[in-house]
Design a protein around this ligand. Structure first.
Ligand code: RIB
Length: 310
């Protein structure tokens, strides 16, 4: 098992419908399937990292309601420590309304953060020691941003390496960029943050240089079917992903980030860690749902063995 890592982020219950096409405004579409299950970018990433074999401290916030049990039951089933989960007495557990086009596997998501948008100083204080004693902190932008900024600050001040997944995308202050070791936007987020369309490798490098100038040390841009663009100030390349039968891409970025975290915590270099993360995400997209789609370490290793070309 690798070094200890903290995943700080959202838990929401995913209410997912599959549909012949995504509705346009004002249209009602008859869906073909409904599933409810654990989700939220933070939780998806934490579970992906844990199932991949990571030594994960999962930090999130729930309400005191039946949706909270969806998180707690999943964590118990997966043997995850629930002692760093906060509870709100006032705000309900968050949820996400997800529509997935069953033909294209494109999705639309409305997320209500609920309790995980109310993480306060007392909550953060209670996990400070866990963060300080981790090798990595992985976080996203799906909790209240002031809390995200505070945990990044704690990590940075204590030499804990910070991975920031920029979803859901929003402006990032310069002071925050300076504390980020590795940034992992998808191509849409990278374009929004840098103003550079990520339509070829040259532009991906320009976007990476934008992040380097802000003080970020390494950049990984997830690029859908094209794979991932990986860059440090010294070198860069595109890692391709094998063609698989895609069923649902919701949470694919989370799968990737969870895999990346576990691989880095095991001492793999950035390129080898991205290869591992690509394998994890490639297995996840062949399944329905978000958290429940995350594969085990054996499944990831089997996929890697079947795809030596990766
Ligand atoms: O990245 C996918 C996740 O985004 C879903 O699980 C949903 O909860 C939304 O937050």
């Amino acid at each position: 098992m690798g070094n200890k890592v903290t995943v700080f982020g959202s838990f929401v219950v995913d209410l997912m419908a599959r549909t012949p096409h995504l509705p346009v405004p004002g249209e009602t579409v008859k869906g073909t399937m409904f599933k409810m299950g654990p989700g939220g970018k933070g939780f998806n990433q934490g579970v992906a990292a844990h199932k991949a074999g990571g030594n994960v401290v999962m930090v999130t916030k729930l309400g005191r309601d039946t949706f909270a049990n969806v998180a707690l039951d999943a964590m118990k089933e997966l043997n995850m420590d629930t002692s760093h989960v906060f509870f709100s007495d006032e705000t309900e557990t968050g949820c996400a309304l997800i529509s997935v086009d069953e033909n294209t596997s494109q999705n639309e998501i409305v997320v209500i953060l609920g309790a995980c948008g109310t993480i306060n100083d007392k909550d953060i204080k209670s996990v400070e020691e866990e963060i300080k004693s981790s090798e990595y902190l992985l976080t996203q932008l799906e909790t209240n941003v002031d809390a995200t900024e505070k945990v990044i600050d704690i990590a940075h001040k204590n030499g804990v390496k910070v991975i920031l997944n920029t979803a859901p995308v929003q402006p990032i202050p310069d002071e925050l960029y300076q504390k980020v070791d590795l940034i992992t936007p998808n191509e849409v987020e990278a374009e929004i943050l840098t103003g550079i369309p990520i339509d070829n490798e040259e532009n991906a490098l320009k976007a990476a240089n934008f992040f380097f100038e802000k003080g970020v040390k390494s950049v990984v841009i997830t690029w859908g079917k094209r794979g991932v663009f990986v860059a440090t100030p010294e070198k860069h390349s595109v890692l391709s992903v094998p063609k698989v039968k895609v069923l649902d891409t919701t949470g694919a970025g989370d799968a990737f980030n969870g895999g990346l975290l576990t691989a880095l915590s095991e001492g793999k270099d950035l390129w080898e860690a991205c290869r591992f993360a690509n394998a994890l995400a490639s297995v996840a997209v062949q399944r329905m749902g978000t958290t429940p789609a995350m594969p085990t370490r054996d499944e990831i290793d089997a996929f890697l063995a079947e795809h030596p070309e990766m």
